[in-house]
Design a protein around this ligand. Structure first.
Ligand code: PMP
Length: 406
């Protein structure tokens, strides 16, 4: 496997040329969203410039072309994640909507006293939809704990599974700790207990090879904007036999076969879950992001990010007062930290003045913050275009600000 040519990659990302307070931008907020390559931006521009037409409605050429682009993207995404067929790929607005779709629709198949298992490291978007559902239907939510490294306690998980467990929802990669959870193993356990599993793949999809069939996942959710694609597009993969028995999520155009005031016959998969006009321009541009990931190679990206993570972590650990949260073996390129007792915002603001973009706060994971005993952290997260020079500049910046903060 050849190493990534980061100089070549960086040339493809126009936003990386920005200067912040006179410094070259160092973009280390990739967990929140990744930057976008020119090929994706061009596809968005072209989609509006000379080929905008609504999908699935028109017989005219532009509409036929738009439909073909959207369905080709669906097939490409299906292949990229190893789905058995493209009808198992539903376009949504993002991971959040994908999870809400499952909670609203599959949730209707759950009854009072049924149980849902979550983990302590879930993002709010993989907690709140289940809480809303639990309230509506009288369900119980149970939570898998973790150890101090950020490794889930699988024995505790197995003890939580029982004949009332209907669904397990687990993040593939923690957006705070970087932990890569053993989801294949957890799915096998859940299946033995008769439960289905939704994997929140928001932080995995651009950083490791995802194969939904190898994982045996029932649902897999992710967002385009975290995989070098456009904003406002998400994917829900669902196993066909589950999707087929699920009631519709939203009603409207596109999701029906026939409508009369006596009743409505719903469309087949995947359209049954895609009410209304989708962001067809964005969906077509997502294809360019997937092609970019395929051409670059997600395994090569992962190897590059792993080296960067190791390099940065080793040097951060030498800084006086540095506290790193999340030390699970094999973790992804996300580093949460605090300098002494300094507030994460202060650290983030000082880093920004040096041109370094990091995230601060609770990262939409307040239950995890509570487990860690902090109100927030600073989070640096790396992607394909980040370099060792940037890592050095980041370390130098931390060394410079740490004495002011500790
Ligand atoms: N899950 C995880 C693990 C995330 O990191 C995020 C985004 N921070 C989400 C879900 C929600 O994704 P989106 O806002 O794109 O719907």
């Amino acid at each position: 496997m050849t190493a990534l040519d980061t100089a070549d990659i960086r040339r493809q990302f126009p936003a990386l040329g920005r200067k912040i307070y006179g410094h070259e931008l160092i973009y280390f907020d990739n967990t929140a969203t990744t930057q976008t390559p020119a090929a994706v931006i061009d596809a968005i521009r072209d989609g509006y410039l000379d080929s905008k037409a609504n999908v699935h409605r028109g017989v005219h050429t532009l509409s036929q072309e738009a439909t073909a682009r959207q369905e080709a993207t669906r097939a490409l995404v299906a292949r990229y994640i190893g789905a058995a067929d493209s009808e198992e790929v539903i376009f949504t607005r993002g991971t959040t909507e994908s999870i809400n779709l499952v909670a609203s629709s599959y949730g209707q198949l759950m009854n009072e006293g049924d149980e849902i298992v979550l983990t302590v490291m879930e993002h709010h978007s993989d907690i709140v939809p289940w809480q809303l559902l639990a309230e509506r239907r009288g369900l119980k939510i149970r939570v898998v704990p973790m150890d101090d490294r950020g490794v889930l306690d699988l024995d505790a998980y197995r003890r939580l599974l029982n004949d009332r467990t209907r669904l397990v929802a687990v993040t593939h990669v923690s957006n705070v700790l970087g932990t890569v959870n053993p989801v294949a193993e957890m799915i096998a356990d859940a299946h033995r207990a008769g439960a289905v599993v939704l994997v929140d793949g928001a932080q995995a999809i651009a950083h490791l090879r995802v194969d939904v069939r190898a994982l045996d996942a029932d649902f897999y959710a992710f967002s385009s904007h975290k995989m070098y694609g456009p904003c406002g597009i998400g994917v829900l993969y669902g196993r066909r036999e589950l999707l087929e028995k699920m009631p519709p999520y939203q009603g409207g155009g596109e999701m029906i076969k026939t409508v009369s005031f006596d009743g409505t016959v719903f469309a087949d998969l995947p359209f049954r879950f895609e009410a209304g006009t989708p962001d067809f321009v964005g969906i077509a541009a997502l294809a360019k992001a997937v092609e970019w990931l395929e051409a670059t190679g997600v395994e090569r990206i992962a190897a590059h990010e792993e080296k960067l993570l190791e390099y940065v972590t080793e040097r951060m650990a030498e800084i006086e007062g540095m506290r790193i949260f999340g030390t699970a073996p094999g973790k992804g390129s996300i580093i949460s930290f605090l300098i002494g007792n300094a507030h994460s915002y202060d650290t983030g603001l000082l880093l920004d003045k040096l041109g370094i973009a990091v995230r601060t706060g609770h990262h939409c994971a307040q239950p995890l913050m509570e487990r860690l005993g902090v109100s927030g952290t600073v989070r640096a997260s790396m992607a394909a275009y980040n370099t060792f020079e940037e890592a050095d500049a980041f370390i130098a910046a931390l060394r410079r600000i740490a004495p002011m903060l500790a």
